[in-house]
Ligand binder design. Structure first.
Ligand code: GLC
Length: 721
């Protein structure tokens, strides 16, 4: 007879039940535990409530007392692991089977050491460095009591009116795949049960970035072909990287919302990709199926969601009250419940929660904002900055120059944190003013104007400061709340007053460097022509100031390249590099009133040095599907400053059974090239991986014929026999 009560689950002869025996395989432990569970205990595992909704530990303490300890997961928003451990103790000791709770949180671009937003990280083209940031974010989260982050967001997005474009890695499926996989590996490490490692969550599954007209929570028209060629690849890459979980998306995927979509969550994810972790709903997404016209009532919403493959209900408390009746009425099978429970238990076992249910309590100064974490934050921020314009080499700033720092972003801190800034605090941020003050000897400051509104009373002081300086650094951009969730904007232009401030300051006749801090591509059609230099710094996080100072003064050579197209204006949206050829050539079909080319294209970015690309060569210009072709190019730094250059490798399939984009990014590599030296870059082309396309059924197709390899405008033809 086994007396089973939490940690005291030992048989009379002193043996542990298999599920408590860490020497046994996870699958054995899952099956043993599942076999012991009642239907109610199983259903409890499929629910996530929240704990620590504010920073008052007493309130959290009250919640700990009233929350059901059998619950599967808690969305955890306290600042340390104290409430977590208290709640976990209840789960381990007050429940019949002692199943640990899984604590999740949105560590999206840092926990307390806030890094650049993911859109900025993608502009670094340095997934290894972005991975270092995720390692730190994971460890800070882990020691705050979090086992599971709702990150990385790998939604490909091409409508910058959508606020959540800030959270993804840009418009390209391949670049998003590389960064998403790097984040998964960084969060999870090689062994999920090791301290400091946390479970990742690929989100939002799937196609959320295609939200109609850039609005949020809405319909998304996605053909099966687009689903497979644009929106699914980053999720497939993340699953292959071992992502423990995924989060279903709010959007209605051509008639079936992501949270009730059997095709994506079961056919693709669980059957084709054989993912053995679990899918959690986005916040209240099950209940929202009623709003979306998918279900007439909550119980039916639950039926559709669980049967589609949605394993865990996030915080809308619908699975708990409705699933038992749905099972008893036969609308939901026990097999489906068991499958969902298995998936959740599997992740908990892999995390080692049964052996280590509690977080080691560390003092704050040993777990957050550590010097090495801040160093990563600064290096990553520097590599995300994109130099868009630099006429007459206004940048880098010259020693001894008098610099007038002007504008609403110059002393802001909170806005530099970006939208999903976790437990980040504005007092942790080094502002642009503070950063520059450390390096620039003669720095003056003028507010100029706010981010929006009609108050021009600060213009005169700003113009005066400009006239008394040698160069102006004008800090413009978006508030942190203007991007992120539920932050769609009808225009990507900055408020008029910011543009007017630029025009006013220009009249002082001094060179003007515009620094842009924003969470989406901005309409620069009036700003860029009026500036001598434009540096895109996105939302760089806690080390914004030092990173800006290092790049503006030339200590660091900017190496960012755009991972998202900057449209000429809102009217061009959607516009992205991997579009298909139109039916007509020349100017036909183009806009009659504005240019049809973007302001700044995907992959673009300047440097303080110059690079010369040698000829592009290939190991063979004919090949079979079983061959590997090596493409090679040598790049020389012809300037007098060391710099990091990213070689971007594209392919083109000019004629195919389905039309394909004019070019598709398939490889990239960033290297430091010292001034005057050369480096060789290679692309090992695997035809099936790099030249094929995926059709609407998810089958990978490689057709004979001509292909092109493209690097920096150079093209070489390959022929598949
Ligand atoms: C939000 C977001 C999602 C986040 C979740 C939990 O609504 O859509 O990205 O992870 O809720 O906070």
């Amino acid at each position: 007879m086994i007396l089973v009560c939490g940690l005291s689950a030992v048989a009379e002869d002193g043996t542990l039940p298999p599920y408590k025996d860490a020497s046994l395989p996870v699958e054995t432990r899952v099956e043993d535990l599942l076999s012991r569970m009642t239907l109610q205990e199983k259903i409890a595992q499929l629910n996530q409530y929240s704990l620590g909704s504010n920073d008052n530990v007493n309130n959290n303490g009250e919640q700990v007392k009233v929350l059901p300890p059998e619950i599967g997961s808690l969305l955890y928003t306290a600042d340390d692991a104290v409430s977590r451990n208290a709640m976990q103790k209840r789960a381990m000791e007050e429940t019949r089977l002692g199943i640990p709770i899984l604590f999740g949180y949105d560590t999206v671009h840092g926990y307390r050491t806030i890094y650049p937003i993911p859109l900025a990280q993608g502009a670094s083209w340095n997934p290894e460095l972005a991975g270092e940031a995720c390692r730190v974010a994971g460890a800070e989260s882990y020691y705050a009591g979090i086992d599971w982050t709702f990150s990385p967001m790998v939604d490909v997005a091409r409508d910058p009116r959508w606020g959540r474009v800030a959270e993804g890695y840009g418009e390209d499926p391949y670049l998003t795949s590389v960064f998403g996989a790097a984040a998964v590996r960084a969060y999870q490490g090689d062994d999920l049960s090791e301290p400091g490692n946390i479970a990742a969550c690929l989100k939002h599954f799937v196609g959320y970035g295609a939200s109609e007209a850039g609005r949020d929570y809405v319909y998304s028209e996605i053909s099966r072909q687009s689903l497979w060629s644009t929106y699914l690849p980053p999720f497939e890459a993340g699953v292959k990287a071992g992502a423990a979980t995924l989060m279903s998306s709010f959007n209605d995927i051509s008639g079936i919302p992501g949270s009730a979509n059997r095709y994506t969550m079961t056919e693709v994810l669980k059957r084709m990709w054989r993912h053995d972790g679990f899918v959690v709903a986005d916040w209240h997404a099950v209940r929202q199926l009623v709003n979306q016209g998918m279900a007439p009532d909550d119980a039916t919403a639950v039926e559709y969601a669980i049967n589609a493959g949605l394993d865990m209900d996030m915080t809308d408390n619908l699975y708990m009250p409705h699933l038992e009746a749905l099972v008893k009425s036969g609308r939901v099978s026990v097999e489906r419940i068991d499958d969902a429970v298995r998936r959740i238990l599997r992740v908990k076992f892999r995390l080692g929660l049964f052996e280590h249910p509690y977080t080691d309590i560390k003092p704050e100064n040993e777990r957050i904002l550590l010097p090495e974490s801040l160093d990563v934050a600064q290096r990553l921020a520097e590599e995300t900055f994109v130099l868009l314009k630099n006429d007459a080499e206004v940048l880098p700033l010259k020693p001894g120059q008098k610099v007038a720092l002007i504008g609403p972003m110059a002393k802001s801190r909170k806005d530099l944190l970006g939208s999903w800034h976790g437990r980040g605090r504005e007092e942790d941020v080094v502002s642009i003013f503070d950063g520059l003050s450390e390096i620039v000897q003669e720095l003056t400051y003028a507010f100029g104007c706010g981010f929006e509104g009609e108050d021009r009373s600060g213009f005169a002081e700003a113009v005066k400061a400009a006239s008394e300086a040698d160069v102006v650094v004008l800090c413009l951009g978006e508030r942190y709340s203007w991007s992120g969730e539920n932050a769609s904007r009808s225009t990507i232009a900055l408020p008029r007053i910011q543009e007017e401030l630029l025009m006013a300051v220009r009249k002082a006749g001094k060179p003007v460097v515009v620094l842009l801090s924003n969470g989406r591509p901005i309409d620069l059609s009036r700003i860029s022509p009026a500036a001598d230099a434009v540096l895109e710094i996105w939302q760089p996080g806690v080390m914004a100031g030092p990173a800006v100072a290092s790049v503006l003064t030339g200590k660091t050579n900017p190496s960012g390249r755009l991972n998202v197209t900057f449209p000429y204006t809102t009217g061009q949206i959607p516009i992205y590099y991997c579009q298909r050829n139109p039916a007509r050539e020349g100017s036909q079909g183009r806009y009659q009133d504005i240019p049809s080319t973007p302001m700044y294209e995907f992959g673009y970015g300047l440097s303080y040095t110059s690079y010369e690309y040698g000829p592009l060569s290939v190991s063979s210009d004919t090949f079979t599907v079983n061959d590997t072709v090596t493409a090679t190019v040598t790049v020389t730094n012809t300037g007098d400053m060391d710099g990091k250059e990213t070689v971007q490798w594209y392919i083109c399939d000019p004629y195919s059974t389905i039309t394909r984009p004019v070019k598709e990014l398939k490889h990239f590599e960033k290297k430091m090239i010292p001034a005057g030296e050369s480096r060789t870059f290679e692309f090992e082309i695997d035809p099936m991986r790099d030249l094929s396309y995926v059709d609407w059924k998810g089958d990978r197709i490689l057709e004979p014929g001509d292909y092109y390899i493209i690097v920096k405008g150079r093209k070489v033809r390959l022929t598949l026999e």
